[in-house]
Every structure is written in C-alpha cells, then in structure tokens.
Design a protein around this ligand. Structure first.
Ligand SMILES: [Zn+2]
Length: 99
C-alpha cells in the first residue's frame, strides 16, 4: 500500500498515515496475507494442483480486491475449469470454486 486510503497521502512504508493519522496496520497485514496466498496459488498452479490454486487465488481476491488478484483468480479458475473438462473428476466438482 503506497497511499493512505483515507486521504491519499504517501505512506512511505509507514503503518500510520502521517497526514490523517489513520492506523493502517491491519489493512496492510490483510494485503500482505493476500499477496502470500496469491504466491501460494501460483505455486499450486505450477504444481498442477488446480483445486488448491483456485481456492488460494479466490481467497486472496476476497482479501484484496485488486485488478491483479481478480485476474489471477479468474485465470486460475479458467485453467481449473478447462482441466476439469479435459479430465473429469467425480469427487472434485466445479461448484467447489463457489465459496
Ligand atoms: Zn491519511
């Protein structure tokens, strides 16, 4: 997070905004968690574990609704869906993607 979501001041790595004094520690922790989950989603994708990748990416997107997280979740969901069409499974339905 580069700017304060309240007043748009630059944060310069700080957790408390220098202008409006909003404490952004929790927000920044949630953002960091979303990034960690997104990285784990990519690792799962590279390991062809589409169900895990889809769940991790969807959770990351829920935590941080950024264009990147939305694109990642959409991409992985499509890969998972395409994989299910190519290799149908009985115990792993597409509905698992819906939380
Ligand atoms: Zn501020």
């Amino acid at each position: 997070m580069e700017r304060c979501p309240q007043c748009r001041a630059r944060l310069k790595g700080k957790t408390v905004c220098g202008r409006c004094e909003t404490d952004l520690d929790i927000v920044q922790t949630v953002e960091a968690t979303a990034d960690i989950l997104a990285r784990k989603a990519v690792k799962s994708l590279l390991a062809d574990d589409f169900p895990a990748a889809a769940k991790l990416a969807a959770t990351a997107w829920k935590l941080q609704a950024s264009p990147f997280h939305r694109a990642l979740a959409g991409f992985i969901e499509k890969k998972y869906h395409d994989d299910l069409l190519d290799h149908p499974r009985q115990s792993d339905p597409v509905e698992e993607l819906i939380f």
